[in-house]
Write a protein that binds this ligand. Sequence first.
Ligand code: UD1
Ligand code: CA
Length: 458
Amino acid sequence: MNNVVSVILAAGYGTRMESSLPKVLHPLAGQPMVTYSLELVRELKIKRRIIVLGHQIEIIKEAVNKIDKETTCVHQKQQLGTGHALQVVQPYLTNFYGTILVLSADVPLLKQSTIYKMITYHQNSSSSCTLLTVKLENPRGYGRIIRDESGEIIKITEQGDLKDSQHEIKEINSGIYCFNSEDLFSALSLIDKDNFQKEYYLTDVIEIIKNRGCFVGSISVEDPSEIMGVNTQQELSYASQVMYQANAIEQMKRGVTIISPVNTYLARNVKIGKGTIIYPFTFISEGCQIGCNSHIGPFSNVIESQIGDHCRILSSMIEQSSIGNNTTIGPYAHVRPESIIGNEVKIGNFVEIKKTFIDQGTKANHMSYLGDATLGKNVNIGAGTIICNYDGVRKNPTIIEDGVFIGSNNSLVAPVTIGKDSYTAAGSTITENVPPLSLGIARSRQKNVLGWVEKKRQ
Ligand code: UD1
Ligand code: CA
């Protein structure tokens, strides 16, 4: 958007969270809360983006840089109020004449379309300032919009400064504003701390602007949850639920079956194909892709991974890996990062896989560890097979070629290669390569001591 600078306020203490983690880094629907406002202004193509940080600036700055390194972090050394936060930004904008969009990092459910509408309205009207407001059944805690008899906004009064009848006012300030830069900065120099919280309130500039004869406009949102502020752990959990619910609804509109949306935790940018069923207590993180007609869950956690069509992922965890088509994982399997699992593969109970490539038709059905390995097509891994990939210093590779049969309870000591179509005997500790079409057997011979029991009894 043209001629707009965005300023996200995030310097406050977040005292009401009762937590040592900065408020805006608390996870909301799987991502740090600050992500949502940062992404919103970036997606609106606002070129100049500022965030005001103060309390715990170093940790938050690091997170901000990861999400959007083009956002300028401005340091508000002392948190003297939302008005003071904008005063601190002023020197960065001395040559800017246009619209200043102010957002709070603790208002995470805001929609891009609402802000687009607000900026468009502001720039096409003669308002010095445009507020985003909503009427709430329970407006407690929010600043109230005070209008005159003709309905024009004359000021905002904060909760602590309300006079008797003003408590009844249901229209609240969302903390989201568009200002004409000149009108904002000239009004900011006039605010004081003469109020209940002894802070410089940004909301006080409204009355100053109005008294100068300028117009203060407003637009409203229909759904109050869109502008809810997150100040406490309860509000955080409520906002997460609202977002997860909205994400589930989006997926259902596109043909995904979700058995219980209130117990399903899908991040925002997740692609799921039609006909896929998501069972309860399943988490799917940002950026995951899942094909058509797959069954995911119950009790599964899919993190930054791709899963193909017609798969089944049951009570399992998949991290930063990719799974082909018609593959079954679980129950109780753990696929760790950098694994690539092909089509028609079966990974069963209590199998852990790390940084391993598994080709088509291979089965590892029971209690195994496969790490740093490459498995060919149609391999059978017997129950309890352990790949000993780590020698205490290095991680060593194992290659198991097409058609191999690994007997139960094998230890494969890497680096080792098991040649095509060969077998290893149950209970073997394989330390040397097995050539193709051979049997590798590495266990001591059984000896039966005849009559041993009778002797013992005598
Ligand atoms: C603020 C508004 C209130 C509005 C509500 C909406 C003021 C005075 N009040 O109240 O009218 O209804 O938001 O959610 O603005 N911050 C700074 N520096 C500071 C103080 C705060 O950057 O010195 C940041 C906070 O980190 C937060 C935002 O500004 O992201 C709002 O501050 P907060 O203390 O949460 O204000 P509210 O009491 O919620
Ligand atoms: Ca707040």
